[in-house]
Design a protein around this ligand. Sequence first.
Ligand code: ATP
Length: 292
Amino acid sequence: MTAAPASTGFGRESGQNPQAAPAPATSINVIDVANIEVIYNHVILVLKGVSLSVPEGGIVALLGGNGAGKSTTLKSISNLLRTERGEVTKGHIHCRGERVDGLTPNDLVRRGVIQVMEGRHCFGHLTVEENLLTGAFIHGSKRRQIADDLEKVYHYFPRLKERRTSQAGYTSGGEQQMTAIGRALMSRPTTILLDEPSMGLAPQLVEEIFEIVKNLNEQEKVSILLAEQNTNVALRYAHYGYILENGRVVLDGNAAALRENEDVKEFYLGIAGEGRRSFRDVKHYRRRKRWL
Ligand code: ATP
């Protein structure tokens, strides 16, 4: 896995120079998921032994199609699973070496791990700034500190500063996604679990959001676990990737190696060795995935 710089987390280090050189690599994993099985409603087996790690300061992509189990994996880590009658029935999850399955989502946020849910959940009737402020309550920070954090969010998302007084429900999809990420930043996370940030956004906006995520990772040392169907963009920004199919990890590796993998090209990037295939060719293409 790509060597990762030490993480301090958004706003957790005062007087930090955003342009500072990355700290030396460490071998600490912020997240370790070991062989978890997840069942919904006591009967629906969705994850069938998923293992993954997120190194401190890394961007790790969790890839796969619809229903592969990406969101379920993120919710297992953030402990939001229980709100959907889901349960981790086997395996365990560690955060910086501490076992965290069994804790509440609040406990996780206090430990610096927060999830940005798929579908950019914002409070539509609140302004953009009010939405951001709802992310600050967890630490009971002082006004001055909250104002500093807000300015930091606006530094990374200048668009949000322009839209700070607009009702979130009337902002664009991209601005709502930025608001959702910005609100997570207000909790001063060291690790963000980011679910499908590209969903429903125009390619240019997707790039803009991924650039900001990259900046947050490089400058604020926030570690990122990113669930994405958009394999192409995710593998350009991530250091490492896991491919999930039907609740199992079928392939993992450095992002650069995955981008060159023939199966990944064929089945996830829509490119064969000899170049891009037409849909018609793909329809009649019979080669089985090597991992099956
Ligand atoms: P998508 O990108 O479509 O969200 P995903 O890879 O994130 O896909 P999950 O949302 O984790 O996949 O869903 C994995 C499987 O679990 C799907 O078959 C889905 O129907 C099922 N599932 C998800 N949530 C629940 C739930 N609350 N109750 C029952 N089954 C669920």
